[in-house]
Design a protein around this ligand. Structure first.
Ligand SMILES: NC(=O)c1ccc[n+]([C@@H]2O[C@H](COP(=O)([O-])OP(=O)(O)OC[C@H]3O[C@@H](n4cnc5c(N)ncnc54)[C@H](O)[C@@H]3O)[C@@H](O)[C@H]2O)c1
Length: 286
C-alpha cells in the first residue's frame, strides 16, 4: 500500500525534475498513476524529460513548466498552473545546486545557493500548504536533505548550511502539520547517499556507465516510495560505499561532539581522525 498522497489522478509537483533524482521521482510516481508537473530551469532537458515520461507512462498527464526557483514570479506561476491542473497531493522540493562557498567566501555565492536550496522550499511550502489544508484528501511534502546537512562534512559550508536548514524546516513542518491535521498531511526528509546524477557526474548521458559506488536515482526514488508507505519521516538512502550502519556511526559521532565537548567536526580534526577510524572499524566497508 502506498502513502495515501501517492494516488491515481492526483498531481505531483516536482522541482528540478528534468534530470537526476527529481526525474526519477517523477517517473516513479507517474507509474502509480499520478499526474505530473515538472519544473526546471533547463528548458531543453525539461523537454527531453517530458517526452520520455509520456513515452514511458502513456495515459499520464504531464505539465512542464520552465522556470527558476529563485524567481518568486516563476514559483507563483508554478503554484497557480499546478492548482489549475488538478488536486496537488505531493510536492517534492528537489531543485538544488552543490556549487557552494566557504565560511568567509563571497556573500553573493551564499545568497544564490541559499535562494535555490532553501528559500525556494520555504516559498513553495507557504503556497502549497494552505491549499493542501483546504483540500479534503491526504497530501505530502518531500524536501531533499543531505547527509551534508546532518554530519556537515567540511569543504562546502554553504551547501551544508542550506541542507541543515532544510532538515530543521522539515522537522518543524511535520510537527506543526501533525498537531494541526493529524496524519492527513505529512512531511518527509529524503536523504540520498552518493547518487549517480548530473550533480556528481556533470555531462553524463543515458549511455554513461554507472560506476560501482553510487546508487542510481531510481534506487533513491524506490526508497522514497517504500519509506513513505511505511510512514517514515527521515528517509535515508545508503550507497554502495556507505552502509546504514556506517551512517548511524557517523551521526552518533557528530552528536557526541556536543555531548562530549569535543572540537566541532572532530571527525576531521587531526587529534581525532584515528579515534574515529577506530570507532567504525567493525562497520567500515560493510
Ligand atoms: N546526487 C547526490 O548524490 C545527492 C546526495 C544528497 C542529496 N542530493 C540532493 O538531491 C536533490 C537532487 O539532486 P540531483 O543529484 O538529482 O541534482 P542534479 O544537479 O543532477 O539535478 C538538479 C536539477 O535541478 C535543476 N535546477 C537547479 N537549479 C535550479 C533552479 N534555480 N531553478 C530550477 N531548477 C533548477 C537543474 O536544472 C537539474 O535539472 C538535490 O536537492 C540535492 O542536493 C543529491
Amino acid at each position: 500500500m502506498n502513502h495515501p498522497a501517492i494516488r491515481n489522478g492526483a498531481v505531483a509537483v516536482i522541482t528540478g525534475a528534468a534530470v537526476g533524482i527529481g526525474y526519477a521521482i517523477a517517473r516513479r510516481v507517474a507509474k502509480e498513476g499520478m499526474d505530473i508537473v515538472l519544473f526546471d530551469r533547463d528548458a531543453v532537458a525539461l523537454d527531453v524529460a517530458t517526452k520520455s515520461l509520456l513515452n514511458e507512462c502513456p495515459g499520464v498527464r504531464v505539465l512542464a513548466i520552465s522556470g527558476d526557483v529563485t524567481s518568486d514570479g516563476d514559483l507563483h506561476k508554478l503554484y497557480e498552473k499546478s492548482c489549475e491542473f488538478g488536486e496537488v497531493s505531493l510536492l517534492v522540493n528537489n531543485a538544488a545546486i552543490i556549487k557552494g562557498a566557504g565560511p568567509w567566501d563571497s556573500l553573493s555565492k551564499w545568497r544564490t545557493l541559499m535562494e535555490i536550496n532553501f528559500w525556494s522550499i520555504l516559498t513553495l511550502q507557504h503556497l502549497f500548504v494552505e491549499t493542501m489544508f483546504s483540500q479534503k484528501g491526504h497530501a505530502a511534502i518531500v524536501n531533499l536533505g543531505s547527509k551534508e546537512g546532518i554530519t556537515t562534512r567540511p569543504g562546502n559550508a554553504a551547501y551544508s548550511v542550506s541542507k541543515a536548514a532544510v532538515k530543521v524546516l522539515t522537522e518543524q513542518l511535520t510537527h506543526e502539520l501533525r498537531e494541526k491535521v493529524g496524519d492527513r498531511i505529512s512531511a518527509h526528509l529524503l536523504i540520498p547517499g552518493y547518487t549517480f546524477t548530473p550533480m556528481n557526474f556533470p555531462g553524463m548521458n543515458p549511455d554513461t556507465p554507472k560506476p560501482d559506488s553510487p546508487w542510481s536515482a531510481d534506487q533513491v526514488a524506490d526508497r522514497l516510495i517504500a519509506k513513505m508507505a511505511a510512514g517514515d519521516f527521515y528517509i535515508f538512502c545508503e550507497d554502495n560505499e556507505s552502509s546504514w550502519a556506517l551512517d548511524q556511526r557517523r551521526m552518533q559521532w557528530s552528536a557526541d561532539d556536543m555531548i562530549q565537548n569535543r572540537p566541532a567536526l572532530s571527525r576531521w580534526h587531526k587529534d581525532y581522525v584515528e579515534k574515529f577510524a577506530d570507532s567504525i572499524k567493525d562497520v567500515a566497508g560493510k
